[in-house]
Design a protein around this ligand. Structure first.
Ligand SMILES: [Zn+2]
Length: 383
C-alpha cells in the first residue's frame, strides 16, 4: 500500500460519517477510481473518486484540467484528504443522485443505486460489480487502520441536506448505576462475558449518543437540547428518571440498556408500555421501531448475525414493570402526550461474540461510536 492510500484509509477510519455502513463501499469505489491511489488525479490533487469539476464544489475543491482515460476534462483538485472525503459526500448529495438516502441499508444497495449515475457508460462487469469486487479489500483496510486511543471525537463528515433542520428536547437515560437499588432501579443487571458491567456500558453509550447529537446538530443546523438522567456512576429511581423528561419538557425519552440471559440468547429489542397504560401507544411504537431498527442495522454492519428481536410491549404490572416509561411521570396526559418514550435492550452482553464486538476487539470503540451515531440519527429523524 502506498503512503497516500495509507493516509486516506487511516483518516477515513477515524472519521465519523452519517452512514458508517457505507464506509467500506465508498473506499472500494475510491480504490477502483484511483488505481489504489496511484492515479495522477489522486497523487497530485487528492481526487480519489475521479470527480469532475462542478461550480458547486467550490467549498471543497478548485478546478484543474486533466487528461483522464476518457479524454481531457475539468476535475476537482482537493486541497487535502479531508476535503476530498467531505467533498465526495457533498458531491453525492447533489441533485443527480437524488434518492440515494433511500438506498443506504447496505453497501451493495448504495453502489447499485449511484453506480449507473456515477459511471453511466455500460460495462461488463457493471461498475457496481467492479466496486463490490473490492469491497472485502476495502473493509480489511479499514479494520486494520489504527484508531488512536479513541476516535469518538472525529467530526461528522456528511451533512444532512439543507432544509431539514429539526428542533426538540431529548432525554437519554443510561440504565442502572451506583451500588444500591434505588426506587425500583437496580445498581446493575447484566454483566458482560468478560466482566464489564451494564451500568458502565449504558453510561458510555449515552455519552456517545449525546456527543453524536451535538455533531449532527452542528452539521445540520438542528436546535437540540439533550439531557442525561445521570452523568456519573450513581443510581436514580425509575420514577425520577422519567420525571427528568417531564421537568425538561422532553419530546423524546430513550432508556438505554444491555441484556443478559444464558450466554446463548442474543439480539436487539426495544420495549414500550402496553396500550391501556400508554396514552401515546401508537407514537411510542413508531419511535421504538425507528430506534430498534437503527440499533440493529448498526450492529449488523459489524456483526451480520445480530438477531432482530423486534419491538415488544411490556406486559408486566406493578413496580417490576417498565415504570421508567410511565406516562404521568413522563409528563404525558390524555390531552397532551408530547413525550414519546421507549427502552432499548441493545444486545446480550453475556454472549462472548457480543462482548468481543462491543468491548474487547480493537475496533470496539469504533463499533460503539457507530452505534451511537445510528441512535442519534434515529432520534433526530424522530423529531
Ligand atoms: Zn438493564
Amino acid at each position: 500500500m502506498n503512503s497516500l492510500l495509507r493516509d486516506l484509509v487511516n483518516l477515513y477510519a477515524a472519521l465519523t460519517i452519517e452512514f458508517p455502513q457505507l464506509k467500506a463501499v465508498t473506499l472500494a469505489q475510491w480504490l477502483l477510481e484511483s488505481g489504489r491511489a496511484t492515479s495522477a488525479l489522486a497523487q497530485d490533487h487528492y481526487n480519489f473518486g475521479g470527480i469532475k469539476w462542478r461550480e458547486e464544489m467550490q467549498p471543497y475543491a478548485t478546478k484543474v484540467s486533466y487528461d483522464a482515460s476518457d479524454g481531457r476534462g475539468d476535475y476537482c483538485d482537493f486541497g487535502n484528504l479531508e476535503d476530498f472525503i467531505r467533498g465526495y459526500w457533498f458531491f453525492i448529495d447533489r441533485p443527480p443522485y437524488a434518492g440515494w438516502r433511500s438506498h443506504t441499508a447496505t453497501g451493495q444497495e448504495f453502489i447499485e443505486f449511484i453506480g449507473p449515475i456515477y459511471a453511466p457508460a455500460p460495462s461488463t462487469p457493471s461498475y457496481a460489480q467492479k466496486v463490490l469486487n473490492l469491497l472485502s479489500e476495502a473493509a480489511g483496510l479499514l479494520d486494520d487502520a489504527p484508531l488512536g486511543d479513541d476516535a469518538s471525537d472525529g467530526p461528522v463528515v456528511v451533512s444532512p441536506p439543507a432544509g431539514t433542520a429539526k428542533s426538540g428536547v431529548i432525554v437519554l437515560d443510561p440504565g442502572h448505576g451506583g451500588t444500591a437499588n434505588v426506587g425500583g432501579s437496580s445498581a446493575n443487571n447484566a454483566t458482560s462475558f468478560s466482566g464489564i458491567l451494564e451500568k458502565q456500558m449504558t453510561l458510555d453509550l449515552a455519552r456517545r449518543v449525546q456527543q453524536a447529537l451535538g455533531d449532527l446538530a452542528a452539521a445540520g443546523g438542528h436546535d437540540l437540547k439533550v439531557f442525561l438522567t445521570r452523568s456519573s456512576d450513581v443510581n436514580i429511581g425509575i420514577q425520577a428518571r422519567a420525571r427528568t423528561a417531564k421537568a425538561k419538557n422532553a419530546d423524546l425519552f430513550l432508556s438505554l440498556h444491555f441484556n443478559a440471559f444464558n450466554g446463548q440468547s442474543s439480539g436487539t429489542e426495544a420495549f414500550i408500555r402496553s396500550r391501556p397504560r400508554n396514552v401515546n401507544y401508537d407514537a411510542d411504537l413508531q419511535f421504538a421501531t425507528r430506534v430498534q431498527s437503527a440499533v440493529l442495522r448498526s450492529l449488523r454492519t459489524h456483526r451480520p448475525a445480530t438477531r432482530d428481536r423486534g419491538v415488544k410491549v411490556d406486559t408486566t404490572s406493578g413496580p417490576g414493570g417498565l415504570g421508567v416509561l410511565n406516562d404521568p411521570d413522563l409528563g404525558n396526559t390524555e390531552g397532551d402526550a408530547r413525550c414519546r418514550a421507549c427502552l432499548v435492550e441493545t444486545e446480550f452482553i453475556d454472549v462472548k461474540e457480543v462482548d468481543d464486538l462491543l468491548n474487547r476487539n480493537p475496533a470496539a470503540p469504533a463499533v460503539r461510536r457507530d452505534l451511537a451515531l445510528a441512535i442519534a440519527t434515529a432520534l433526530i429523524d424522530a423529531l
